[in-house]
Design a protein around this ligand. Structure first.
Ligand code: AHG
Ligand code: MN
Ligand code: MN
Length: 336
């Protein structure tokens, strides 16, 4: 346990809190809470543990490689993309308060129940981010976003097309050298590590803050010639000013590094993806909420990512996020 874990009694040296007990304790701060929300987090946690187990056995079980199909975005689906998607659907499907589930891998959101049937929340996710890296055992992740269900809206796509500012919770699970969950419910950022031996995510850090002053950028620089001028000018400036670069190609792993160490993550518009590559609802918004809650900034070109009104489910946006000082170094070179 770290020094910053809350202590509840002077005679007890350090709290040992699971994700479950942490969320339940937070819920007691809201007198009207029904416990529905903690059931959703417990479903995401169960899915995370199950996916972690599949990822760890990737070369032992026959789960590597592509399934020979493409998802709705025309991207090759890996076997584990499909498995992770199914695990999340199975874990979330039984939770009575979920109205709608939307996945990067599925064309349409899945309506589980209406508002009048008790559907209070929508859960959106990228089941396996960075899945093209699976064959080489590099960190991959699950990204999730929880929204309130607006029972007035009958159309499921419109229901989930909410601004990132309206997220009730967001976070990710990183299947790296250890399995980590990073979670925000709008009250700072908490981190949990999966103890495989006892099958529980244990709380290791609250109030995570992204550090300033780290001159590091994370971008696929091989596409630089396709970037708009401002980003190219930034890279030139960074080269001349002693910057370092780190890029894995799994957003969860790249952003987690930025969150822990500081710096800036960029996925600019390219000639191939003029509107950016990363998805607003499954990738950009949940990461923007985490980063902002940790004291950082997140922009999509001239606009704060969390303020963008989504117009379609699988919408893509450019992404620029990280420590405020480093994000500003990029922004001063971009138009608007
Ligand atoms: P996904 O595996 O969910 O489709 O996401 C892949 C994304 C993201 O994880 C990463 O930041 C980006 O693709 C990398 O793209 P490039 O290979 O174009 O750099
Ligand atoms: Mn992804
Ligand atoms: Mn994915």
């Amino acid at each position: 346990m770290t020094d910053d874990a809350p202590r509840d009694h002077p005679l007890v040296p350090d709290n040992l809190a699971s994700l479950q007990s942490h969320v339940l304790a937070e819920e007691t701060l809201f007198p009207n809470a029904t416990g529905d929300f903690s059931w959703i987090i417990s479903a995401i946690s169960l899915a995370g543990k199950t996916i972690a187990n599949k990822v760890r056995r990737a070369r032992l079980d026959d789960v590597l490689g592509s399934v020979g199909t493409e998802n709705v975005q025309g991207e090759t689906q890996q076997k584990l993309d499909v498995i992770a998607n199914e695990v999340l659907l199975r874990c979330l499907g039984s939770r009575g308060s979920i109205a709608v589930i939307a996945s990067e891998e599925d064309e349409e959101p899945l309506i589980l129940r209406t508002g009048s049937e008790g559907g209070k929340y929508c859960v959106l996710f990228d089941p396996l981010d960075g899945s093209s890296n699976l064959d080489i055992a590099v960190g991959v992740g699950t990204i999730f976003s929880v929204l309130r269900n607006d029972s007035e809206i009958a159309n499921s796509e419109r229901t989930v097309c909410q601004k990132g500012l309206q997220q009730v919770a967001a976070g990710y699970i990183l299947y790296g050298s250890s399995t980590i969950m990073v979670l925000t419910t709008g009250n700072g950022v908490d981190m949990f590590v999966l103890d495989m031996a006892i099958g529980s995510f244990l709380h290791v850090k609250s109030g995570l803050q992204i550090p300033p002053g780290n001159h590091t950028y994370s971008v696929n620089e091989a596409y630089a010639e396709q970037f708009p001028t401002g980003y190219r000018t930034y890279l030139q400036w960074a080269h001349e000013n002693g910057y370092s670069s780190r890029y894995i190609g799994s957003m969860v792993a790249d952003v987690h590094r930025i969150l822990m160490r500081g710096g800036v993550f960029i996925y600019p518009p390219t000639r191939r993806n003029p509107g950016g590559k990363l998805r607003l609802l499954y990738e950009a918004n949940p990461m923007a909420m985490v980063i902002e809650q940790a004291g950082g900034l997140a922009f999509s070109e001239g606009e704060r990512t969390l303020e963008i009104q989504p117009t379609e489910l699988h919408q893509r946006v450019p992404v620029l996020l990280g420590s405020p000082d480093e994000v500003e170094c990029v922004r001063r070179l971009l138009p608007g």
